[in-house]
Design a binder for this molecule. Structure first.
Ligand SMILES: NC(=O)c1ccc[n+]([C@@H]2O[C@H](COP(=O)([O-])OP(=O)(O)OC[C@H]3O[C@@H](n4cnc5c(N)ncnc54)[C@H](O)[C@@H]3O)[C@@H](O)[C@H]2O)c1
Length: 268
């Protein structure tokens, strides 16, 4: 019997690379899975993969920026899978260009915050209400760039920093309202996905060069892959973490232990 046997989970952004890895990882631990994404076909492809492995999975179109979409999706998921136990807020948008704080258009700022911050807030709001007094686990996918200045631009970093703050505030609010829902966050370092590689690819031209440049951002000179996030997600979703609330797990191979400007152990 898997660690998540009997639990129903939603993974948003489940049609994307990290979301798909997490959805499949939770399914391997016997959770029933709803793969939700604004790209309905991508979500269904991941759900079909999970079903092919003999686990229960459904897919659902969800626009995380819309409260009405959240309500519809949750209603459909609970009708098909039963009451919700776990929500992984993984839907996210990266910066579309390397804007500085002096030239970023307000629309770009709002677009990133609408998905990364408002989408996470709405998911927590709707899920906490649906979970009532039952125990539940909500896992927000932030980023280490929510804590450090990064070249990915001011809007992405700010939206992910706000996800850190939201995680603590939501956990505290659940306690105050007598809810048994826990809210925690996972902050990945640089994970090799097409979406995160896109800007390096644009600058460097070839995938090989972009991947090499990506690896040098890691203290051990190695790349994180979506699968590397699964262990932390399973742990936070499971009862093994039942006393952990408002916490953060950094999955960054130790990148955030390094002094800014350090050479990550390479010869200077
Ligand atoms: N890849 C990295 O290096 C990295 C590092 C830190 C954090 N993250 C975070 O991990 C998450 C997944 O990243 P990824 O690299 O797998 O990217 P990805 O683009 O492969 O996945 C993101 C998914 O979110 C979906 N999405 C976007 N807007 C949506 C909306 N309005 N409603 C519902 N779904 C929506 C997209 O369709 C996509 O499937 C993001 O939140 C990202 O910020 C990624």
């Amino acid at each position: 019997m898997g660690q998540l046997d009997g639990k129903a989970s939603i993974v948003t952004g489940g049609g994307g690379e990290i979301g798909a890895a997490i959805a499949k990882g939770l399914a391997r631990e016997d959770s029933r899975i709803a793969v939700c994404d604004i790209k309905a076909e991508a979500a269904e492809a991941v759900a079909a993969d999970i079903r092919a492995g003999d686990n229960e999975a459904v897919s659902c179109r969800l626009d995380v920026t819309s409260e009405a979409s959240w309500r519809d999706a949750l209603c459909e998921v609970e009708r098909r899978l039963g009451p919700l136990d776990v929500l992984v807020n993984c839907a996210g948008l990266f910066a579309s260009d390397s804007y500085t704080i002096a030239d970023i258009p307000l629309e770009e700022w709002r677009k990133l915050h609408a998905v990364n911050l408002d989408g996470t807030f709405l998911g927590i709001k709707v899920a906490v209400k649906a979970m009532g007094t039952r125990p539940g686990s909500i896992i927000n996918i932030g980023s280490i760039v929510g804590s450090f200045g990064a070249r990915s631009g001011p809007a992405y970093g700010t939206s992910k920093g706000a996800v850190r703050a939201l995680t603590v505030q939501a956990a505290a609010s659940c306690i105050a309202m007598g809810s048994n829902v826990r809210v925690n966050a996972i902050h990945p370092g640089y994970v090799l996905t097409d979406a995160s590689l896109a800007s390096a690819l644009k600058k460097l031209g070839s995938r090989e060069r972009a991947e090499k440049a990506f690896a040098t951002r890691s203290p051990r000179n190695r790349l994180l892959h979506p699968e590397d996030l699964v262990g932390a997600a399973v742990f936070l979703a499971s009862d093994a973490s039942k006393m952990i609330n408002g916490a953060e797990i950094l999955v960054d191979d130790g990148l955030s232990t390094q002094m800014p400007g350090d050479s990550f152990g390479r010869e200077i």
